[in-house]
Design a protein around this ligand. Structure first.
Ligand code: NCD
Ligand code: ZN
Length: 352
């Protein structure tokens, strides 16, 4: 006999890691996120990247125009800046005063639009010190990029060679280890000694809670299940699910929904990124339900993120019902289309 509820109420969640791109396509992807989430951390890996407060403000106003076109009033974008070898301490202080939520570290070449990323953290010392001083979070794409490191090991090697030395050097810097994919990362964040301070957390995507690397190769190559960091072995998925559903406030929701047009995914050299925004909350509910931990979803989705960022929790509620939702094969994306995660299948939970 199952005790699973058929309906759950939550304080409205936020998405602490999201790509909404720019231009024509933004409105379509923003609509999916704004339907479910109250706020989202907006990733700065545009072309060219959002490296200054002025660029972030301009991007924010384009987002606001699109929200207006969509008739959405209850959604707030939280802006981030893209860290480069040349980011100055002054820009960090200016960002703090301007209400920028965080800086994002992309090791150069690690993922989509990261060519302008950091070549070596030693170039960023003044900026990182300023972040620590003003309480500006650093969001890290936690993968090394050397071609000689196996793609499945890049996150674990990053912990030892970049993250741990960085935390030793700047112990009060607030760091979010983004979209973690391994047991090593989950355990590192869980076990980090912070002297009771809120200095480390991690976001976890729905795809890394629901799939392992076999999903990229199920009966043929599945480009829509390819993202970075790439899906790992089952033992890692299990460790991530255990972390997300543990009630530990260091783990919170970040979809990393990363839209790419169908043709850019289904290609000889397809782009990395899963489009999970269409029913992201349904995907998370499925994952939590799979281990009988739906009662832990609200903390993960709605409380621990704002607590880490020192923002107010939302107060309005949303309802998820256990009602299978069919996921379309394609969705509109500007003048092209996008294939959502689980296209042509169903998701067990939907937003009322
Ligand atoms: C992201 C994108 O497309 O911008 N892709 C992805 O696979 N996650 C970049 C990123 O977050 O790594
Ligand atoms: Zn991302």
């Amino acid at each position: 006999m199952s005790n699973t509820p058929t309906q759950i109420q939550l304080i409205q969640p936020d998405d602490w890691h999201l790509h909404i791109r720019d231009g024509e396509v933004m409105k379509d992807v923003l609509a999916d996120t704004a339907r479910q989430f109250a706020r989202a951390i907006i990733m700065p890996n545009l072309k060219p990247p959002v490296t200054t407060v002025d660029l972030a403000k301009a991007y924010q106003s384009r987002i606001e125009s699109n929200l207006k076109l969509l008739g959405v009033s209850g959604f707030t974008p939280l802006m981030t800046l893209y860290l480069t070898d040349n980011t100055s301490a002054d820009e960090v202080r200016k960002a703090k005063d301007a209400g920028i939520a965080a800086f994002k570290l992309y090791p150069a070449g690690a993922t989509t639009n990261s060519d302008a990323g950091v070549s070596d953290l030693k170039h960023c010392h003044a900026a990182l010190e300023a972040m620590q001083a003003v309480g500006m979070p650093l969001l890290v794409h936690g993968e090394v990029t050397h071609a000689d490191i196996d793609i499945f090991d890049r996150e674990a090697v990053f912990i030892d060679t970049v993250l741990e030395p960085l935390r030793k050097k700047l112990p009060e810097l607030k760091i979010v280890f983004e979209h973690i994919t391994t047991k090593q990362a989950a355990h590192y964040v869980r076990d980090a000694v912070t002297g009771g301070k809120n200095t480390i957390a991690a976001t976890i995507t729905p795809q890394h809670l629901l799939m392992n690397r076999n999903a990229i190769f199920a009966g043929g190559i599945r480009p829509h299940n390819y993202c970075l960091p790439v899906l790992k072995r089952e033992e890692h998925r299990v460790a991530l699910l255990e972390a997300a559903t543990s009630g530990n406030s260091r783990f919170f929701l970040g979809t990393d929904s990363a839209p790419h047009a169908k043709g850019a995914k289904e290609a000889a050299c397809g782009c990395a990124g899963c489009y999970s925004a269409f029913n992201a909350l349904g995907l998370y509910a499925e994952a939590f339900e799979s281990v009988g931990k739906l009662d832990k979803l609200e903390g993960f989705a709605s409380f621990f993120g704002p607590d880490f960022y020192s923002l107010q929790r939302n107060s309005n509620k949303i309802t998820l019902v256990k009602q299978a939702q069919s996921i379309p094969m394609e969705l509109p994306l500007g003048d092209t289309t996008i294939v959502p995660l689980r296209a042509g299948e169903t998701i067990a939970w939907s937003l009322v």
